[in-house]
Design a protein around this ligand. Sequence first.
Ligand code: AMP
Length: 299
Amino acid sequence: MRTIDRIVELRAGCDEARGAGRSVGLVPTMGYFHEGHRSLMRAARHDNDVVTATIFVNPLQFAPDEDLGGYPRDVAGDTAVAEAEGVDVLFVPSVAEMYPEPTRTTVHVAGLSEGLCGAERPSHFEGVTTVVTKLFEIVGPCTAYFGRKDFQQLAVVRRMTADLNLPVEVVGCPLVREPDGLAMSSRNAYLSPEERQAARVLYRALRRAADAVSAGERVASALRDLVVDAVTREPLVLLGYAEVRRASDLERIEHLDGEVLLAVGARVGPARLIDNVVLTIADDVVTADLGILTQGSTT
Ligand code: AMP
């Protein structure tokens, strides 16, 4: 594995690989790798000849009062993980490399980026879509892997890629959970033992909601109320939002039918955590995609 920090080097390496007829897989991240990141690297490794992972804690997607300064970082540990997952190129640029001057150009995906997490973090997705556009432009034609844990981010990136005809195939990968159900996140590192315990309520609430739909619930507001009720019983968890949306375009719905996203965002101590379940409702048949529970000792 080569670790590089220069844009020209990444671009040249990807051009050279494609020139030799090799496909390129891209895994954009902010680092501090966990099993969720690893699952994306494995998918990219499986599908492509050359795998590039990137680590960049992108200042543009953090509001001034957010955790940019304290965001967990461990480039040495991440390097070992990426190497173990068969990554060929690890791109770890500096802020000066990505933004030699304050950017005057941003990418905004209207509508999709405005509710859910976007309601609490108004400039967040513009930061994400701007940096992802830059990465797609630098890497060039490739297949890029994103986690469904950040369901809205995936929807926004997909739409941006389609709208701007970017030569990238965007692949969504399953949400990966700790053995007790907590969605894996680099930000889980912020949690005290008590907060870590309390945070489990998010998964419990989503499961309860999925069970209710399996038992026949079809009213979106009732499903939302169920989640709000479960989460607000946990005093250490401050619910930001619980929302039911159509999965395909994140539009609000009242009646549950087809592919439905139930998404939550909450603050637990210093950590902003998000989680979701995708329910597929076809007549009386309900399937719930809660992602993958890891087995091992990864807590
Ligand atoms: P991050 O480093 O948190 O910006 O995430 C980088 C990529 O990993 C994004 O595509 C995320 O959706 C994905 N990711 C983060 N956590 C998980 C998880 N628990 N399961 C699956 N994918 C994840």
